[in-house]
Design a protein. Structure first.
Lengths: 240, 240
C-alpha cells in the first residue's frame, strides 16, 4: 500500500495540512525528538509532555522527575534539560518523566487531535517509518521549527523520510513541501553535520556549549523505538 | 547599508516573522504578482485588492473593472482572470482595477500593517530589489503559497532575491528559510521552467490550459515597476 506523505513546516500551519485520519510524526531534530527516543529506549515508562513552564514546575513540586528547556538551556528548577545525554538508563529506567521544551512539546499540542501521533527523528527513522507503513494511509511530518518559523534540520528529516519511502516505492508526494525537503536532503545527506552547521539552531547549540548533541541527533537508528502519544492519558509511551 | 532578509513561507506565519519597521515584499509567482506588475506597467492607475469574492462582485455591480480568480480559473462575473495576458494596455491604461485571487490578495491582507508593502516577483525583481535597498533595513519576502501551504515557486523567488542581494554584498540572512530558499534556487536557476514543472501549481495551470503563463511569470524584469500598497486608500499604485 502506497502512502501519501506531506510535510508541515510549522505547528502554526498544521490546520492547513490536516486531514481526517492522519498519522502525524512530530519531529524536533534539535533536540526534543531525540531526547524522547532516548528516554524510552533507556526504559522510561512514560513521558508527560507539557507546553508551559508553570505546569512543569507544578509537577516538580509534586515529586515528579522533570525535564525542562527554554532557548536551548536547561531550566534551573528541572532535573534534566533537553540533552539526550542527560537521560541515562540509571536515571530514567522505569520512571515517568514530565517534559517541556521550547518547540517540541508545542508541536505535540498542535497535532494532538490526529488519529495517531508518533514522535520521529533520525534516531528512530526506520522504526517510525515501519510503524507508519503498517498503520497509516497519510502521514504528515510536523516540523516543530523554531517559534513557528521553519528550520533546516526538521525539513531534512522530512526529506530523509520521503527518500526512504521512495526507495520502498511507497511514496505519494502530498505537496510541494515534500519536494523542497527532498531537494534539501539530496544536497545535505552526504555531509549532514557540516551542512547543518550553517543553521540557526546549530549556532544556538554552540552558544550553549552543547554542539556535541548535534552530531548525536543526526545519527540514524540509535534509539529504535516508536514514541506514541496516548490522547486519553496525555502521555507518550513506546509503541509495541 | 546591508539589509536583513527573511522569507516567510505562508501568510499564516507572518505574525512569527513580523518585526517593527519591516518592508514586506508579497510574492505570488503564479500569478497574482506578475499580473499586478503587468497592469501597472500597462498604465493602470491603481489596483484595489480585495480578499473576498462578494466584495469583488459588489464593485462590479458599481461599474468597476474587476479581475477575479479562484483555483486558477477566472470567475464568471469578472472582466479579467489572473492571467497577465488579460491585462493589455488597451484594456487597463488609465483605469482602476479591482482584483481578487486565491492567495495573493490574502497575503496582502496579512501584511498590511507593515511599514511599507511592495509586490514583487520575477517580472520586477531588480526594480523591487533596488526600491528595497533604498528604503528598507529589514525585508521580509512574504510568500503567498497555496491556501497557506508552502510552494516551490514563491520560495524560488525568495532564493533569487537573496542571491542578488548577496552578489551586491548587501545580504544579512535573517533565518533558515532564507538558506532553504537559496539552496532551492541554486538547484533550479539554470533550468527554472523545467524545475517548476514538478510543482503543484504548475499542474493546476496545465489543468486549466494556462501553462503558457508559467513561462511568462518566471521571466525576469519584463515589467519593471514597483507596486506599492497605500494603506490609507487601500490601493496599489506604481511607486515613483
Amino acid at each position: 500500500m502506497r502512502m501519501i506523505l506531506d510535510i508541515c513546516t510549522s505547528p502554526a500551519l498544521y490546520p492547513y495540512y490536516k486531514k481526517e485520519n492522519d498519522t502525524v510524526v512530530v519531529v524536533d531534530v534539535f533536540r526534543a525528538s531525540a531526547t524522547i527516543c532516548k528516554m524510552l529506549h533507556n526504559g522510561a515508562e512514560s513521558i508527560i509532555p507539557v507546553a508551559g513552564i508553570e505546569e512543569a514546575k507544578q509537577y516538580k513540586s509534586e515529586g515528579f522527575l522533570v525535564g525542562a528547556e527554554r532557548n536551548a538551556r536547561k531550566c534551573d528548577f528541572a532535573d534534566f534539560g533537553n540533552s539526550p545525554s542527560d537521560y541515562t538508563l540509571e536515571r530514567v529506567s522505569g520512571k515517568e518523566v514530565v517534559f517541556t521544551t521550547t518547540n517540541g512539546t508545542q508541536a505535540i499540542q498542535a497535532a494532538r487531535g490526529c488519529r495517531q501521533l508518533f514522535i520521529g527523528t533520525f534516531s528512530n527513522i526506520d522504526a517510525v517509518l515501519e510503524a507508519s507503513l503498517r498503520s497509516a494511509e497519510r502521514v504528515v511530518i510536523l516540523c516543530a521549527g523554531w517559534e513557528n518559523r521553519i528550520n533546516i534540520e526538521d525539513m531534512l528529516f522530512g526529506g530523509a523520510f520521503a527518500e526512504k519511502l521512495g526507495e520502498k516505492d511507497e511514496l505519494i508526494i502530498g505537496s510541494d513541501s515534500v519536494r523542497i525537503a527532498m531537494e534539501l536532503w539530496q544536497q545535505a545527506k552526504d555531509h549532514l553535520l557540516e551542512y547543518v552547521k550553517k543553521s540557526d539552531h546549530y549556532h544556538r547549540l554552540v552558544e550553549n556549549g552543547v554542539e556535541a548533541d548535534a552530531a548525536y541527533c543526526l545519527q540514524m537508528n540509535t534509539a529504535p523505538v516508536v514514541p506514541y502519544y496516548h490522547k486519553n492519558e496525555k502521555k507518550i509511551r513506546a509503541s509495541h
